[in-house]
Design a protein around this ligand. Structure first.
Ligand SMILES: [Zn+2]
Length: 224
């Protein structure tokens, strides 16, 4: 298979996780996009069995395709939990075909589900960056943010309510105080009037007494 992808409906390009394979032409649903290929490894062969890399694609208990060779352009296809293609394995022919499972638009990244084993071993530890998982994470984050905002709003409302209650209480106390002051303002006048009256009486009494003394004095001096 040629490395050149000029005549193919895809190209290698930058993706979120490094390189990826992107459609350059509309790809119909259910068509062969590319073959995933490489040397066949026999699990009965000790040398083969010792080979370990990310591009091993097991076709059967016995056979595995080592897709790490550069010519295998399909190895650029990234995993997605919500893919637009699938890996179609033919164990008898020992062939892996990547086939579209929906219509793929030009510019769209081509991906397929690598399977649970790969996901557990390579993707789960670092967090899957496929669009489906990113969207899920975004939704989760948005939900958390919304919940936080709601809680904050609730707390603020409660605080405002409490502040209003406190203010009402304060205002009530203030009004009561003002009433008392008002009452006190009226009351002292009456009290003060009484006091004045008493003072006036006392003064008058003293004046009378002084008058009597003076009269008596006058009387004495007249006698002398
Ligand atoms: Zn994912």
């Amino acid at each position: 298979m040629p490395v050149s992808t000029d005549t193919k409906p895809y190209r290698i390009g930058r993706s979120k996780t490094g390189l990826g394979l992107f459609a350059t032409q509309p790809i119909k649903k259910g068509v062969k996009i590319i073959q995933y290929f490489g040397p066949l490894l026999d699990s009965k062969n000790e040398k083969h069995d010792a080979i370990e890399n990310k591009y091993l694609f097991q076709i059967s208990k016995r056979w595995t395709v080592d897709g790490s060779i550069r010519k295998n352009v399909a190895r650029y296809i990234n995993h997605s939990c919500k893919p637009n293609a699938e890996s179609d394995v033919n164990p008898a022919k020992k062939k892996i075909i990547i086939r579209s499972i929906k219509k793929i638009e030009p510019g769209e990244e081509i991906n397929y589900d690598y399977g649970t084993e790969y996901f557990k071993e390579y993707l789960k530890p670092i967090g899957c960056k496929c669009e489906g998982c990113e969207t899920k994470r975004k939704k989760k984050r948005a939900k958390l943010r919304a919940e936080k905002a709601k809680a904050k709003e609730k707390a603020e409302r409660k605080e405002a309510k409490q502040a209003e209650k406190a203010k009402r209480k304060k205002d009530k106390a203030k009004a009561k105080k003002a009433d008392v002051k008002k009452a006190l303002k009226k009351a002292p006048k009456a009290a003060a009037g009484k006091v004045k009256a008493k003072v006036g009486k006392a003064k008058a009494g003293k004046a009378k007494a002084v008058g009597k003394k003076a009269k008596a004095g006058n009387a004495k001096s007249r006698k002398a």
